[in-house]
Ligand binder design. Structure first.
Ligand SMILES: [Zn+2]
Length: 421
């Protein structure tokens, strides 16, 4: 079984958001369910809504009328006339200009932002290099401020047009409180970014870890839209994971879940940067490969290089037939097989999406890796879990942050208060 590649831009589905249909969480207000359904469909007739959500025509009429009055949905005339009927069918669409949100990805080298309308259309994107790797909270806030000003300028929008901001960043993040328990971007632990944000901006902000942002991007704009249970495994500076269970992002109880990179694959094994031993990341992340690269490449690496440059050289050498270089990638691939098979064994997802910068090293998703993953998994003759490879850039992560903001804003505007996707 081979993985396959895809592109968000190739996604033929209209609209955005999970295509949940009937059976979304029963505690979601019906008005929110209707709005979500219309946004996920691109446009939908009342009869479609009635059928998909299994509600009465009367409820659909009343609730959609409320949403139209509120300026959130609008009627559009369909392109085709139904045979034998005098007037063209009327469909409902999200009013794109009802609200705008900004999604931000904060990372080590540069920050990225995307501005979308309420229908999820991307109107602008921008990026700013970071001034330093590790920030104090005021420094980070200053960079967020500059990024927001830049995207407002480029999109021609005013700050008052923006109703919510979503932020994704690496680290251990308490979504409910906005507290960054730990992040390599921040010099101190337990910093509350939401509170700090409120000192500069009069709008809600939602903060989550970047693997969750990428998972939301798949759930809202990508291949995950039609999957109720799927996992995203990211291989960048570290190994991250996001999980959708029953159409919703799973966050765990304390923001500590799904740290796949720190699951143990070797008792008393290699030292991980978290301080513990035997973590998957200690065999797979760039610093783990770079540690061995210096030895494999010999005198050629006498001058100090960044991990990224070292890995690039290692990869070129492996491709050129350097056996020692090649075994480093192959060994990393085998550890990835172990990690993925554990994910399948624990959660039984329909699909695992592999994503991240490391995916350019094709040894990590070679057929041997996927075969070994299957061999390590108890499947009792059932069809193997599908694996897809998506080599996304920062823009997609930032789009995931817009999904976070859109989802929360939808609940606030339509459902009073409630859960976010
Ligand atoms: Zn670790």
């Amino acid at each position: 079984m081979d993985g396959h590649t895809a592109d968000l831009a190739e996604n033929p589905l209209k609209g955005c958001g999970p295509q949940l249909g009937k059976g979304r969480a029963a505690n979601t207000p019906l008005r929110v369910q209707i709005f979500d359904y219309v946004r996920a469909s691109g446009s939908a007739a009342r009869a479609d809504i009635t059928r998909a959500l299994d509600i009465s025509a009367g409820s659909a009429t009343t609730l959609t009328a409320d949403l139209i009055t509120a300026g959130l949905l609008r009627e559009v005339t369909g392109m085709t006339r139904e045979a034998g009927r005098g007037r063209p069918p009327v469909a409902l669409q999200v009013v794109p200009d009802a609200a705008h949100v900004i999604g931000i990805k904060l990372s080590y080298n540069r920050h990225t932002a995307v501005l979308t309308d309420f229908a999820g259309n991307m109107l602008a994107d921008t990026a700013l290099p970071t001034s330093q790797a590790v920030h104090s909270m005021p420094q980070l806030l200053q960079e967020i401020d500059a990024l927001i000003q830049q995207i407002l300028t480029e999109s021609g929008k005013a700050l008052s047009d923006i109703r919510a901001v979503g932020i994704g960043m690496p680290g251990i993040i308490e979504f409910d409180t906005g507290t960054i328990a730990w992040s390599a971007l921040l010099s101190a632990r337990d910093q509350n970014l939401r509170t700090a944000f409120a000192t500069r901006f009069d709008m809600p902000v939602y903060i989550d870890n970047d693997a969750n942002m990428l998972t939301l991007a798949e759930l809202w704009f990508g291949e995950g839209r039609q999957k109720s249970d799927f996992a995203v495994v990211t291989i960048e500076n570290g190994v991250g994971m996001g999980l959708v269970l029953n159409n919703r992002l799973y966050r765990g109880a304390r923001g500590m879940g799904l740290e796949l990179g720190h699951t143990k694959v070797q008792l008393d094994g290699a030292l991980c940067r978290c301080g513990q031993r035997g973590c998957l990341e200690a065999y797979l992340a760039d610093y783990a490969l770079a540690r061995e690269a210096a030895t494999a490449l010999g005198p050629a690496t006498a001058t100090p290089q960044s991990n990224q440059m070292l890995l690039e050289t290692l990869f070129q050498n492996a491709k050129a037939g350097n056996r020692a270089a090649r075994t480093i990638f192959e060994r990393a691939g085998r550890y990835l097989s172990v990690g993925l098979s554990n994910v399948v064994q624990l959660f039984d997802p329909e699909l695992i999406i592999l994503s991240g910068e490391r995916m350019q090293y094709d040894y990590l998703y070679a057929s041997e890796v996927l075969t070994e993953m299957q061999e390590l998994t108890l499947s009792e003759g059932r069809a193997p879990c599908e694996v897809a490879i998506h080599a996304w850039g920062d823009l997609v992560w930032a789009r995931g942050a817009t999904a976070l903001a859109l989802s929360a804003l939808t609940d606030t505007l339509i459902g009073g208060e409630g859960e976010t996707t």
